[in-house]
Ligand binder design. Sequence first.
Ligand code: FEO
Length: 395
Amino acid sequence: MQEIKKDIFWVGKVDWDLRKFHGDEYSTHRGTTYNSYLVKDRKTALIDTVWSPYGDEFVANLEKHVDLKDIDYVIAQHAEVDHSGGLAALMERIPDTPVYCTKNGVKSLKGHFHRDWNFMPVKTGEKLSLGTRELLFIEAPMLHWPDSMFSYLTEENILFSNDAFGQHLATGKLYNDLVDQAELFQECIKYYANILTPFSALVEKKIDEFKSLNVPVDMICTSHGVIWRDDPLQIVSKYLEWSGNYKENQITIVYDTMWNGTKNMAEAIARGIESADDKVVVKLFNISHSDKNDVVTEVFKSKALLVGSPTINRGILSGVAGFMEEIRGLAFKEKKAAAFGTYGWSGESVKMISEGLRSAGFELLDEGIKALWNPDESSLKECEESGRKIADKTK
Ligand code: FEO
């Protein structure tokens, strides 16, 4: 428990051990935190809890600092179990305490816990008085679940933003100005790229809506990672930048290979791009040897994506197929793309990847490039030439 402002306490859990999140879907190289906050006033409110495995530990820690019966309100901003998990243990002890959440929150919490707690559904603009301060609720549907909401604490000017503006970074330092800035922003952009990309239009709208409330923000207390206290709106500016179909001067090449033929094509295409444009950043990833969430982050930063696979069984390698599914769901916008790959006889891979890229929303730069068997010198020259053309078309 750490006091972050007078009578406002961080009561969460730092999870240094976590390396995979959302099952095995999201890599957390730097662990994470589950942030929960206790606000004491004439009334006491608890905002969010922690992931289920830490529920008992959370409640045991909490009751060292507050009599659980003195908690008047539980605010459940989001039902995903990394924040609501601790409710199961907590509500066993204080079953009648009202749980404030959105209408969709009631559905998701019931869906997860199968309990009929004393739910108090709230809408945007509704307030809950704690005595000298009020909590103002702001629904944030699809940022990133239908039930998500923010809460703003008047007088203290704190925005409790749940997942938004968070990042998977374990730290005992608590605040944004006390951690390594490169690590912090790497985790922020990875979080945005992998989780929030499909909801970018809503991000922009929600930020505009919040700005129109015209309320000061001294702190943004997210549910993962650091509390933004030093220039807290810097992360809001970053979100506005990222939500606008973000791209840097980068081309990312993602491939898989069986006997290095497609790898050699990838490297020849990269040489071609770099020979035609000495400014553009080119990055290559063998998807089967790479962390897919880190690769998605690189795609997020790119103006173009090139995807390669040899043909196997009239299709593509499974590592590339998994990656194609990943980028389909993320629905990137305003990015260009092309396919490449080797083949021995039937040769479907390039067409299949091109179709996948088109239907994922990428603009195709060309019809793709194929090389028969192991690419010889003239095939590699074609790849280099193709790279030069791609550089020109994406300048
Ligand atoms: Fe959507 Fe951190 O859970």
